[in-house]
Design a binder for this molecule. Sequence first.
Ligand SMILES: C[S@@+](CC[C@H](N)C(=O)[O-])C[C@H]1O[C@@H](n2cnc3c(N)ncnc32)[C@H](O)[C@@H]1O
Length: 254
Amino acid sequence: MRELLISYSNKALRVTREEGITSLLTVATLNAFQLMYFPFCARRMRSITGDHGLEEVVDFAFKCGSSIIKPFQIRSEILGLLEELEKNNRPKSIVEIGTARGGTLFLFTRVATDNATFISIDLMNRDYLGGYPKWKTNFYKSFAQKKQKIHLLRADSHDTATLKDVKSILDGNKVDLLFIDGDHTYKGVKRDFELYSPLVRSGGIVAFHDIGQPKEGTHGVNEFWKEIKDRFDHREIIEDIKQGWAGIGLLYIK
Ligand SMILES: C[S@@+](CC[C@H](N)C(=O)[O-])C[C@H]1O[C@@H](n2cnc3c(N)ncnc32)[C@H](O)[C@@H]1O
């Protein structure tokens, strides 16, 4: 509770300082709305199990209480990835880079096996710059079902100490799905791929979010994706080629 109050007062101070009182009131109303829905969302979440159809699970994540866990994804694309995972043996071991609001983490818990292990990495809270506050860790851990285990690493994925922690959690086991959705710069996404893809088992998947071609020029993930995709069997899940963002790219590891 103390952490929650500190986190909200810091945010309030910064918004007032940088954007003025009108912005503060807007942000405060939004946050109050979210807080009101939080217990409802958390309770309802427990009843949305993997036995529900994927469509229902995805709808819940997108709609529950004013974007509390809304994934930073296009609905049809993330649904496409989940369907692929469901079809090709539910994953038992998932590493995700980019926890954010926990949206994709929640969805992965609903498609994985009952005893799956999840490692989700994100930076320490830096307000608008990413990460999430420590008080949310219990909430994210509550996504686990049955014998699932969620490990949250609040650290920079590019740091070799983080890789070491991931390896130690995996304890020699290989990863079925690596979901790269953290640092979107070319250098950042390349480093995530180079550090973590060797952990993926033969027959496993490396998925990148934001492979889509921007309206103008290129950007880090798009550039790296174009460079790497033809070295693997791959699939692109993109709702509309002209959308200018998002898109999920899958590499099938041999
Ligand atoms: C687009 S969001 C992830 C969205 C999430 N996968 C979803 O759809 O629900 C990207 C996240 O990556 C995190 N991030 C950026 N650079 C990172 C790094 N070097 N290490 C760990 N996390 C990073 C940011 O803090 C941010 O929360």
